[in-house]
Design a binder for this molecule. Structure first.
Ligand SMILES: [Zn+2]
Ligand SMILES: [Zn+2]
Length: 146
């Protein structure tokens, strides 16, 4: 999606302004997301660093650098909500759930998940018709063996 939009944390102390076209919108099955966020897989929309800025509350934000991975959790120090996490490329990885909460309960059309990524690392198998990239955001695809 190209329009600028905003997301707030649960307590409203922090507002992110997001602009530009998302690099990825899909489901990430990588072990890094799992370990950083304690979730079985991550429903994400991802932007470059320059596309995500703090509109309000930057001073209320805390950052946790993972002890071994080149990833961070950026969260509201009041309500604890993770605004985004970063990956090894320093991209801004935003939960589709957070986007949905801030968009009347729906993911905007332009951000609807269109693929599974890092599917080879999954712990949960998904039965849907989306492409399932085994080792990243493109390249070799998982083939259903019937
Ligand atoms: Zn908050
Ligand atoms: Zn991941």
């Amino acid at each position: 999606m190209t329009n600028e939009f905003e997301v707030k944390c649960d307590c409203g102390a922090v507002t992110l302004a997001i602009s530009g076209i998302a690099k990825v919108h899909g489901f990430c099955h990588c072990v890094d997301c799992r370990d950083l966020l304690d979730i079985p897989y991550h429903s994400v929309a991802v932007w470059g660093k320059e596309d995500v800025t703090f509109k309000e509350g930057e001073g209320r934000v805390s950052t946790f650098q993972h002890p071994t991975k080149r990833m961070k959790r950026i969260f509201c120090s009041n309500c604890g909500e993770v605004l985004f996490n970063t990956n090894v490329l320093d991209w801004r990885v935003i939960s589709q759930q957070l986007i949905s909460k801030n968009n009347n309960g729906a993911v905007p059309d332009a951000l609807i998940p269109d693929k599974h990524i890092f599917y080879e690392q999954r712990i949960v198998s998904i039965d849907d018709d989306l492409p399932k990239y085994l080792r990243g955001i493109s390249g070799a695809l998982y083939e259903e063996s019937s």
